[in-house]
Write a protein that binds this ligand. Structure first.
Ligand SMILES: [Zn+2]
Length: 242
């Protein structure tokens, strides 16, 4: 006679139907880690899971297209759109959520540089977390090093910016995230960031204003305390129109 207890499932069978996004979410919840649109969750994704996530997002995108009443079966322009959009989100425009921080080698400040250094303009590409519409603009970074400040190569600022901006963002939060990251990597006396960007959710929808730009700045350390330094930085970055 077959006892009920003999019909057991092994854990991998139970796991089979669980979407990979649910597994990742469970790990985040267990670790009490925030997973807002502009958070990086790379540490919670296991090898091979990005490919599964790609399939899952593709599947859900097919559902969105179908609900938009688009005949993807007969419209050759859209038959691969679900896959393309899934790839664009996961591997391109929101990649900064799913990959670890770029490896940046920091060097000691051997030359004891202590003069204002400005990096920019760095082109930034992001998307607003309200509408997932593009945000495209430029940033300028001002650094006032001290003898203990770590030095990183100029191109590394762009790589850090790309990583932070490659997530659905709110401009005000994006500049703060970038400032925190640069502060933590280089420990300067002062750090200033100005970001100027066009928000496509203003031009493409809503008020349909093509010209409006948003400008944000973050000032840290000596840039906060010293108005002359702040003025020097702002006078050296190109004048904003208007
Ligand atoms: Zn928006």
């Amino acid at each position: 006679m077959l006892m009920k207890s003999q019909i057991t499932m092994n854990p991998s069978d139970v796991d089979e139907g669980t979407p990979v996004s649910v597994k990742i979410r469970e790990r985040l919840l267990a670790a009490r880690k925030r997973f807002h649109a502009n958070d990086n969750i790379a540490d919670f994704i296991e090898p091979g899971e990005m490919e599964q996530l790609l399939d899952e997002v593709e599947d859900k995108m097919k559902g969105v297209l179908s609900s938009l009443v688009i005949d993807t079966e007969h419209d050759h322009n859209t038959d691969k759109t679900a896959r393309r959009v899934a790839k664009m989100y996961l591997k391109e425009v929101f990649n900064g959520r799913y990959v670890s921080a770029p490896t940046i080698t920091e060097f000691p400040n051997a030359e004891h540089l202590n003069e204002l250094m400005i990096v920019g303009p760095i082109t930034v590409r992001s998307a607003c977390s309200h509408h997932l519409c593009p945000i495209i603009g430029q940033i300028w970074i001002g650094v006032l090093p001290n003898e203990h400040t770590n030095v990183i190569g100029l191109s590394k600022y762009a790589r850090l910016a790309e990583w932070v901006m490659g997530r659905p963002q709110i401009q005000e939060e994006a500049v703060v995230q970038l400032a925190d990251l640069i502060q933590q990597k280089t420990q300067p006396d002062g750090l200033a960031i100005v970001m100027e960007a066009s928000h496509f959710c203003m031009g493409w929808r809503g008020v349909k204003d093509m010209d409006s730009k948003m400008i944000n700045s973050v000032m840290r350390g000596s840039f906060l305390k010293d108005p002359n330094l702040r003025r020097e930085f702002l006078s050296l970055i190109p004048k904003k129109e208007g």
